[in-house]
Design a protein around this ligand. Structure first.
Ligand SMILES: Nc1ncnc2c1ncn2[C@@H]1O[C@H](COP(=O)(O)OP(=O)(O)OP(=O)(O)O)[C@@H](O)[C@H]1O
Ligand SMILES: Nc1ncnc2c1ncn2[C@@H]1O[C@H](COP(=O)(O)OP(=O)(O)OP(=O)(O)O)[C@@H](O)[C@H]1O
Ligand SMILES: [Mg+2]
Ligand SMILES: [Mg+2]
Lengths: 165, 165, 165, 165
């Protein structure tokens, strides 16, 4: 199971549809302060089911929808998709690739899709159960949070170990 | 279940000891169950002794030593339960050149099982990337992906996307 | 007393607006009393709009933008009530090259009233120093002060104390 | 009132007596991870009267006394002095220079001295009242804490403004 690509449109500062293809090794992302690098990390957390606006650095979930700037008006929807290869069928689906999509509209309705079919968040969570992919997993370290694993008290440190069990 | 947790705990512990030694170029670390009689509830204590130093409370570690110890723990968990991808957002910010170099070298050992996405301002880390994306805001407030030319030899200013046409 | 606080508040507010514009090279910031009727108890809200962007909650700012906004506030307070010295421990870690350059230049404006002690890993910041101390542990676990030769022209590796005899 | 020098002996990793002279402009401090740079900041906070071990990154105040390493035994006392010029008699004392000293012994007794005369912490705090120098002042920004000023809620932000009043 490999991560093939991430597609964003209308998500935070990514007003234009943007696609990042991921190679099998290391992908580096660089750029000046405030240009949108950490917004990419937020996009991955969001499409995997993040429900806390605060953990996406916003006050409300609608803060993930492009809010306008300069000549551009705010957009009415944010959409993010993650595409995985599934040749070894680690994900319990027939298809060779699996695409998960999340959308949020200005009226606060949201949609989840698996391979362009409507699904529920519960379906996405179950799909990735036990793969190490998920919102609370140890596989995403946000900016400034690397030492948080050590700062936490000894009981909450257990969570990370249990995640790996 | 008890046996599953204690088995995972032992694996992560061993990996953590090894990762710490590799990242620090020496020293010793350990993860200890505070209350071994009660495996399913016990907190986990982290011990870390950088090379040449006495064992002290982890709160006395320096900013860079804490970040590196936390990275050793994350990579240890990764070893015991590989997730398809790992996203690290400027985790190298507190590290000096020697530690950044060791960290960059270690990442390469993980590429067999997982893909890494590294957000960084550090030229040394950029040299590890197989593919490099720049993000800029040519149009104010709107993130745009740009191709980045990376001159490995000089690891020069050219890496900063601003230098890309 | 009321009048003293509101006078200080106004001074800091004006200085903050100016410092922010200088550090970001544009944009607009403000400090606002949440409850102006009750000056002695009111909380203080910070607004920050980096150049080219819409005004949004400060929680949506990037890591570098937050650090720079906080530095603008610290320097504004410094302006309104200069303390003989200021110690900054790796405050430049989240900043990109352009913001580090502007910050380094601004520090120079404060030298009339205050001394600055800057701890940094960043070569650009080192060039601002009138005197540079290196700290190493030639004897394991024991800190020792060493003289550092700094080759301003090359801003080279020589700055790293390890390069000092 | 200028900061002239800082002297440490037996404080944290500074086993040997060490003196840092400060120039009137910018003093830079560089060095690898874990070599003792932030310990210098802790020394300044401590001699100015810091009473919280946690804010000095320790579990107990005795953690500031050199704890031994390699061939060296733990020391029995930590001592730090700060020397200020006082030509303009901003500090209410006759002398042209003012030296404040703090000591802590293994048996947990502590001493404060002003110009080598025994004093109390209260005397030191009163000496620096209204100068912007002090433990809670805005003039020391610890490692990783630069954005803390923005993170805090609007009421605790008031404290910094009041400090400057
Ligand atoms: N809904 C939104 N619409 C438009 N812009 C947004 C939205 N949410 C966040 N932003 C903008 O995104 C920017 C932050 O981007 P991000 O945190 O990704 O920067 P970064 O590249 O990680 O920078 P740094 O190097 O400083 O960490 C902010 O300036 C913010 O205004
Ligand atoms: N009482 C003590 N006795 C001996 N060593 C101590 C004592 N207290 C702290 N230390 C050591 O000081 C070191 C941390 O130093 P410090 O935090 O100043 O590093 P630093 O130079 O700021 O590094 P970084 O660049 O990573 O921030 C730790 O390795 C710790 O073991
Ligand atoms: Mg960021
Ligand atoms: Mg430090």
């Amino acid at each position: 199971m490999k991560l093939l690509s991430l597609e964003l449109a209308g998500f935070k500062s990514f007003a234009e549809p943007t696609e990042f293809k991921f190679d099998s090794g290391v992908t580096g992302i660089v750029g000046p302060n405030g240009c949108g690098k950490s917004n990419i990390v937020d996009a991955v957390k969001w499409v995997l089911g993040e429900m806390s606006a605060k953990s996406l650095r916003g006050d409300a979930m609608l803060d993930v929808i492009f809010n306008g700037s300069g000549g551009r008006k705010p957009m009415s929807m944010a959409e993010v998709s993650l595409v995985f290869s599934n040749e070894n069928h680690r994900l319990p689906l027939e298809s060779e690739q699996v695409k998960i999509t999340r959308r949020l509209y200005r009226d606060a309705t949201s949609e989840y899709l698996v391979n362009n079919q409507t699904a529920r968040l519960k379906d996405i969570r179950e799909l990735f159960l036990d793969t190490g992919v998920g919102v609370d997993a140890y596989s995403v370290i946000e900016q400034g949070r690397v030492a948080a694993l050590l700062d936490s008290d000894s009981l909450s440190r257990r969570d990370v170990f249990e995640e790996a069990a | 279940s008890r046996s599953r947790f204690s088995e995972t705990f032992e694996t992560v512990r061993k990996e953590f000891q090894e990762m710490f030694r590799k990242l620090f170029g020496g020293g010793k670390a350990d993860a200890i169950l505070e209350n071994p009689q009660d495996i399913l509830e016990s907190g986990i204590e982290i011990l870390a002794r950088p090379p040449g130093k006495e064992l002290q409370s982890i709160s006395l570690l320096s900013g860079g030593e804490r970040a590196l110890t936390a990275l050793a723990l994350v990579l240890a968990i990764f070893r015991s339960k590989p997730s398809p991808f790992c996203i690290l957002d400027e985790v190298d910010a507190p590290l000096d050149e020697a530690n950044t170099g060791r960290f960059a070298a270690i990442i390469k050992e993980f590429l067999v099982q997982s893909q890494f996405i590294l957000i960084t301002h550090n030229k040394r880390m950029m040299t590890v990337a197989d593919i490099l994306y720049g993000v800029t805001m040519q149009e104010p407030g709107v993130s745009k992906k740009v191709a980045v030319r990376f001159d490995r030899g000089a690891a020069s200013e050219a890496a900063s996307p601003a230098a890309v046409a």
